[in-house]
Design a protein around this ligand. Structure first.
Ligand code: GLN
Length: 247
């Protein structure tokens, strides 16, 4: 399982998901505490954020196929990359999956970013995942979700968007799990103003803050307030709050 984390709220630097918390993604890349499959996440990392100074709603994405700790430029970049919507991930490649940049989360299309913790038989997605950028199962899942989003929504207001994101994740996860009952399908996605995540076979936590919410595979620190999301749930967060519903 890989590990991922996201923030939605007042603008913060990506370092607050990665370097600053004691158990941020940097530490989780070599010493995750709740990981059920795999021991280190050294097969790549990535992050995405939304710069309000840009004319388009698309995120900026940075990803590498090297261990997070091996990128000496990352701490400086993560300190200045600030946004009200952040997503980052570290990867432990599933056996048989390629280790390459295009297999590394976050995947992106349009204004969406997406990360996956888990594994799925690609046959379960064969009809849905046209145009995946890598043979990696996570890239196939991303292609399936993006395709569903493209079909289901245009440039919609935030309330419609959160439903669209949540509905797309729910549909792809439950559809893939029907075809591959052993699949582990923890997805985390955002569009700049909303976050959606699934818990399906691996851990997921959220932590409310006065100015936003953190969502992560496992707590980024030992501070209070981290709440576990029950397995087989969908989490949706917007500026109006957060809700968790069964899948
Ligand atoms: N199956 C995905 C990959 O190979 C995700 C792996 C994971 O969650 N460890 O990248």
């Amino acid at each position: 399982m890989c590990r991922h984390a996201a923030w939605l709220g007042a603008p913060r630097p990506l370092a607050e998901l990665i370097h600053e918390p004691e158990h941020g993604l940097l530490r989780q890349s070599y010493a995750p505490r709740r990981q059920r499959h795999g021991t280190v996440n050294a097969d790549g990392f990535g992050m995405g954020w939304y710069d309000p100074g840009l004319a388009t709603p698309e995120p900026i994405r940075y990803r590498r196929s090297i261990p997070m700790w091996a990128d000496a430029n990352l701490p400086g970049l993560a300190r200045v990359a600030r946004s009200g919507c952040l997503l980052a991930a570290v990867r432990c490649a599933t056996v048989g999956m390629p280790v390459e940049e295009s297999a590394t989360a976050p995947f992106t299309e349009g204004r969406w970013l997406l990360s996956h913790n888990g594994r799925v038989d690609r046959d379960a997605l064969r009809d849905l995942a046209e145009g995946a950028e890598s043979a990696c199962d996570s890239a196939w899942l991303a292609a399936a979700v993006f395709r569903r989003l493209r079909a289901g929504c245009g440039p919609t207001p935030a309330t419609a968007t959160v439903n669209a994101l949540g509905e797309a994740l729910a549909e792809v996860v439950t559809g893939a799990a029907t075809k591959d009952p052993d699949a582990r399908l923890n997805l985390l996605a955002c569009d700049g103003v909303t976050l959606a995540a699934t818990a399906w076979g691996d851990t997921l936590f959220h932590r409310p803050h006065p100015d936003g919410v953190l969502v992560a595979s496992e707590p980024l620190c030992d501070g209070p307030g981290w709440q576990a999301v029950p397995d087989r749930s969908l989490l949706l967060a917007t500026a109006d709050g957060l809700r968790v519903q069964p899948l």
